[in-house]
Design a protein around this ligand. Structure first.
Ligand code: CA
Length: 232
């Protein structure tokens, strides 16, 4: 199956290099050179993944990301030139799945693309099987493994695939502490490349959704200096 990657990057030579490298790996590509056109293509062309530069003419990458997220859970990898942009991506909680700081090697980039596509390839179509067979229940929280669904107090929570995978991973082994590196490896599928802050961001988003008081979490607990665990 051909996967299509939308490259939103205004620098012609970088866009070309990305296009070349990804097509060599067997992907189809689409290129946009400003934010407005990029957003249009993201919504109309139905790509499988978006590479999104932060500094773009017309519409900033942050805005493009936010707008795409309003209607789509497609994986988005943000391309940033500076460390302070990384802080912004984390701080704004735009819903980007990942980010990569320039300069990056093409090997690193294609590894990230592969990992993000792999995660999103998990079928989300609910199976026509009796319910309740693979439910994980903790207090008012119900994780339906078959349906990729989480509900709290009977209300279904709007959750991304990655948040779901992370929650499921932790909840299936309650009480066990995982380092951020271990979580990256198991939930994101990176062996070497991931930035552990990605884990913190996703944990923070999850807490906003499942905890009564995200600042005093009762489900996902931080073990200072070690990592995270699910409280049973
Ligand atoms: Ca740029």
């Amino acid at each position: 199956m051909d996967r299509t990657i939308l490259i939103i990057e205004d620098e012609q030579n970088i866009n070309d290099i990305l296009k070349f490298s990804l097509e060599k790996e067997g992907y189809k590509t689409l290129s946009a050179f400003d934010g407005v056109r990029g957003l249009e293509m993201a919504l109309s062309e139905n790509p499988d993944l978006i590479l999104l530069d932060v500094m773009l003419p017309c519409l900033y990458g942050f805005e493009v990301c936010k707008k795409v997220r309003e209607s789509s859970q497609i994986p988005i990898i943000m391309l940033t030139a500076r460390e302070d942009e990384v802080d912004k991506i984390i701080g704004l909680e735009l819903g980007a799945d990942d980010y990569i700081t320039k300069p990056y090697s093409m090997r690193e980039l294609t590894a990230r693309v592969k990992a993000n596509l792999r995660r999103s390839a998990v079928p989300i179509i609910p199976k026509a099987e009796p319910e309740g067979q693979r439910n994980i229940v903790f207090g008012d929280l119900l994780i339906n493994v078959e349906r990729y669904e989480v509900s709290k107090g009977g209300e279904v929570i709007d959750i991304t695939l990655r948040e779901f995978e992370l929650l499921k991973f932790l909840a299936m082994q309650p009480g066990k502490i995982f380092s951020r590196e271990k979580l990256l490896e198991n939930v994101w599928g990176y062996e070497y490349y991931g930035d552990v802050r990605t884990v913190d961001v996703t944990i923070r988003r999850l807490r906003e959704k499942i905890e009564d008081d995200p600042s005093m979490p009762k489900y996902i607990i931080t073990k200072r200096g070690v990592g995270y665990y699910f409280n049973n």
